[in-house]
Ligand binder design. Structure first.
Ligand code: XIL
Length: 740
């Protein structure tokens, strides 16, 4: 086959959902085409000099990338040699080539603290004059390219890493208002342009990501025309961008698009195979992150060949940050990007709604299949405090997609976490509409008092109800995992509660429904009274082992393998707060001055929880906190070494007040120093008991009548909210709900 035919065949195979193994070679299809087939654009920054003077560079840019960003050509220093002069040559050349090539253009950038000409920074302007200069620059530039430059990085890098406004020429001279002004001026000049705020270092949870979120929210609230947030993503081979999907989704909750705008992944030079492999993994994760977020519209790399990249000059000792080497041969990173763009995993859910969207009006489908659901009426009640969930009222609430998600006449599976408030109404967790019936109902059935997974025999009024039913009644206000499986070949329905088989029904024939998928109600009503979280749907019958996997109750997990990353599905940001906190032998090493702090809480402390950690105490002599979660004046719990008793202790203060009782359980023996010990603390909200286990042995009887309260402060590992810093090693900290 000739190249073009191969490309077309491969693309057709991809679009038909054929897996990667079935296609011959990815390199015959460009990233441009692969990305387009997945509904996103793949772009690159472009150097005007290379485009003009390097034919193979221009060829690869044209074939591999669907959108281009002028790397420097539209910056003030290039565009504005003098107050009264615009030098359009480089920018025009890039835009003209892109248009000729059918590529989109991202303009970059209208206002930035860097790359400013001396006549501007050294000139003497009044505030009014300077505003005029800026407005003129913005509007002249945007107008010139109206219709050709669809996206603009309007404002670039306006924040410091601690989240404060970034000091620089524009802030100093015009005040914070300059940001909103530039967006308004750009919008005036081209109302059709899609306007972005662009930032670096906001790819992980932390003060900068929080501040960027707050800034975008405030701009939206003021009615400023901002349409997108760009995360630059200048990363290294040891970056772990696993929080990126959650961060991107958080912005889309503010009703803006998101994009990865300047991706590169630098590695130490000289290059090693291990370096290239780590780089490929980071490119893979970033690509997958964008695909997992419905409103992530593009990924742009900051240069595509190591022959021409800003990294070498900017980061001594680093390099080789791009997808193609000096000779324009593809690197492992290229292949991993192509692989992610190609792979439609036949095992992946066809719909997946975490129900953690901050605004709570759209439930984003993170499966990549675009089945976002519109939420009506529901409030939030999360499995953990900062993970919101759909909270139904049993009467008016629901979420529904625009189109069907499941092929209900073949095998399928639906799962969800639920916490029911009352048994007063029949409550549907998930369903998919037919004409007169839903094709299935995963629900609480009031008349039987049980969880049920039901398929009616037909889409009509006279039907037989075929049901797999749980053996026992739901426990109210306790997070429960439900899975309904329909296995077409055996015509069997299976219901799992908390990952355990709990009822089957044979002789079922499901039928194909072609209407929307619903969360929290069925076609005819049956609204759920309670919270629903993390709904997933598959076009296959999940085997029992996989059902166990998705019903895992871990809500936080820190392995401290050279990173303070929460590897649970909640992916929390955590940072080491001083040089007294480091890593050693894949554990957290603390010298009594540092600790690891989360950016928020990890547990609903008024509900049941279990915490486990491995600890190795190096010094006593003071309170040594392993883990705690802050309130205002107290922490909601402390798992710690208690110096007055010389014992391990788990402590739950009875209130967030100075006069509260210390409800505590102590270990029976003093801790040994420099010895690995496993600690588990278990709070059971139903029984109101608190227990401590050391190396798997419960220490005395559980403490009864324990009062708890909901804290919303930070999770701390190695200290409490007030001090009590650990000295030694902490490893494998995990939290589960409810009590194990
Ligand atoms: C860089 C260019 O790549 C270099 O050629 C130039 O010398 C300096 O600027 N964040 C941005 C980009 O938004 O504009 C920067 O580009 C890289 C960091």
């Amino acid at each position: 086959m000739r190249m073009r035919e191969v490309a077309v065949t491969v693309l057709a195979a991809i679009l038909a959902g054929v897996g990667w193994a079935d296609v011959a070679s990815a390199e015959t299809v460009s990233l441009r085409e692969l990305a387009q087939s997945r509904g996103i654009a793949f772009g690159s920054a472009v150097s005007a000099a290379s485009l003009a003077g390097d034919a193979s560079y221009a060829r690869t840019l044209g074939s591999e990338f669907g959108v281009v960003t002028p790397e420097d050509a539209m910056k003030w220093a290039v565009l504005r040699p003098a107050r009264d002069t615009f030098r359009w040559g480089d920018a025009d050349a890039i835009v003209d080539a892109a248009v000729a090539n059918g590529q989109g253009v991202r303009g970059h950038t209208l206002v930035w603290h860097s790359s400013l000409p001396a006549w501007l920074t050294g000139g003497s302007f009044t505030t009014t004059e300077l505003r005029d200069v800026l407005k003129e620059h913005v509007q002249t530039t945007v107008r010139r390219y109206a219709g050709r430059v669809k996206f603009w990085d309007v404002a670039n890098e306006v924040l410091n890493n601690d989240g404060s406004p970034r000091a620089g020429f524009w802030l100093e001279r015009l005040g914070e208002e300059y940001i909103a002004d530039v967006f308004r001026w750009a919008h005036e000049a081209d109302p059709a342009a899609v306007l972005y705020l662009n930032e670096y270092g906001a790819e992980t949870h932390g003060p900068k990501a929080d501040a960027l979120y707050a800034l975008v929210r405030s701009l939206k609230e003021q009615g400023v025309p901002i349409h997108g947030v760009g995360l630059q993503a200048h990363l290294t081979g040891s970056s772990r961008p696993d929080q990126l999907p959650a961060l991107l989704r958080r912005f889309t909750g503010l009703d803006v698009d998101v994009a990865v705008t300047e991706l590169d992944v630098r590695i130490p030079v000289p290059v090693t195979p291990a370096g290239l492999a780590s780089q490929a993994e980071v490119y893979r994760q970033v690509t997958a992150a964008c695909l997992a977020v419905a409103r992530c519209v593009s990924i742009t790399v900051w240069g595509f060949t190591d022959r021409r990249s800003w990294i070498g000059a900017t980061y001594p000792g680093w390099g080789a940050a791009t997808l193609f080497d000096d000779d324009l041969a593809t690197k492992p990173a290229y292949r991993s990007v192509a692989d992610v763009l190609t792979r439609t995993d036949p095992n992946a859910p066809v719909g997946h709604w975490p129900l953690d969207d901050p605004a709570g009006t759209v439930a984003a489908d993170v499966s990549g299949n675009g089945h976002d659901a519109t939420v009506r009426g529901a409030k939030a009640d999360g499995r953990v405090p900062h993970v919101t969930a759909f909270a139904g009222d049993g009467a008016t609430t629901e979420a529904s997609t625009g189109a069907p998600v499941l092929n209900t006449d073949g095998s399928f599976t639906v799962s969800a976490w639920v916490s029911m408030y009352s048994t007063g109404v029949p409550g549907v967790v998930a369903s998919q509409d037919g004409e007169t019936r839903s094709a299935f109902y995963l629900m609480y059935q009031k008349s039987t008092g049980r969880w049920e997974f039901t398929v009616p025999s037909a889409d009509g009024t006279e039907v037989t109800w075929l049901t797999a039913r749980s053996a026992s009644a739901p426990v109210l206000k306790r997070w429960t995992h439900l899975t309904g499986v329909y296995e077409a070949p055996t015509r069997q329905l299976r219901l799992y509660v908390d990952g355990v088989p709990d009822g089957t029904r044979d002789g079922v024939t499901a039928w194909r429904s072609t209407k929307p998928f619903r969360i929290g109600r069925s076609l005819s009503g049956g609204r759920f009274d309670g919270a629903i979280s993390d709904v997933r749907a598959w076009n296959r019958a999940l085997p029992a082992g996989e059902v166990t996997g998705i019903s895992d109750r871990t809500v936080a997990a820190w392995g401290f393998d050279n990173a303070a990353i929460d590897s649970s599905p909640f992916g929390r940001g955590t940072s080491l707060n001083s040089s007294g906190a480091t890593y050693d032998s894949n554990a957290l090493k603390l010298d009594g001055t540092g600790c690891a702090e989360g950016y928020g809480p990890a547990l609903r402390t008024d509900r049941s929880w279990t915490i486990t950690a491995r600890v190795n105490l190096a010094a006593k002599g003071a309170a040594r906190t392993v883990i705690s979660q802050s309130g205002t004046v107290r922490d909601a719990f402390y798992l710690q070494y208690h110096q007055s008793y010389d014992r391990w202790a788990v402590i739950v203060p009875s209130a967030d007040a100075t006069g509260s009782d210390w409800q505590q359980v102590l270990s029976t023996a003093p801790p040994a120093l420099n010895t690995w010990t496993t600690l588990s603390a278990v709070y059971d909200a139903q029984a109101a008991t608190l227990a401590l286990h050391v190396d798997g042995v419960r220490q005395g009887d559980p403490l009864p009548a324990v009062k708890s309260w909901p804290s919303t402060g930070r999770i701390h590992i190695g200290c409490s909210g007030t001090g009590g810093r650990f000295n030694g090693l902490i490893d494998d900290v995990k939290a589960y709900v409810p009590a194990a």
